[in-house]
Design a protein around this ligand. Structure first.
Ligand code: DAT
Ligand code: MG
Length: 140
């Protein structure tokens, strides 16, 4: 508990629709601070490694294809209980099941094109942040 950092991605479906600012406002209004951010085009290798935990799943190839289909915005979000708080702001994986007012209910197009990624635990948050950011790129 206390002040945490979590890793976030604004996914290609959202950058394509020019929603970066609107989604960032939802994070900020929800009490999270954007302490690092960059817009990148993920390589296939990065996407495969990042989602390695899902490599046996039927949707893995489509997921890698989707995540490399356009620019993404990778971010570090900081705040009180940031990992859980961000999952609340994002909503359920499938936008059809996400609570009203969440990012995924508001902007998600499908279970795959669900607009945002957020870390699910302290260990994965630390790993995911280190995968995309040098310590010198993060400043509270
Ligand atoms: P989350 O992104 O909510 O942490 P996850 O870790 O279970 O969800 O899955 C990672 C991503 O994989 C998810 O954001 C979209 C995709 N995905 C998950 N389940 C899927 C499914 N049944 N069909 C297609 N894509 C799926
Ligand atoms: Mg996940």
């Amino acid at each position: 508990m206390g002040i945490e950092r979590t890793f976030s991605i604004i996914k290609p479906d959202a950058t394509r629709r020019n929603l970066t600012g609107k989604i960032n406002a939802m994070f900020e209004d929800g009490g999270l601070r954007i302490v690092a951010q960059k817009r990148i085009r993920m390589t296939r290798e990065q996407a495969e490694t990042f989602y390695g935990v899902h490599k046996e799943r039927a949707f893995f190839n489509d997921l890698v294809e989707f995540m490399t289909s356009g620019p993404v915005v990778v971010q570090v979000l900081e705040g009180e209980n940031a990992i859980l708080r961000n999952r609340e702001i994002m909503g359920a994986t499938n936008p059809a099941n996400a609570d009203e007012g969440t990012v995924r209910a508001t902007y998600g197009e499908s279970v795959e094109a669900n607009s945002v990624h957020g870390s699910d635990a302290p260990e994965t948050a630390a790993e995911e942040i280190a995968f995309f950011f040098a310590g010198s790129e993060i400043t509270g």
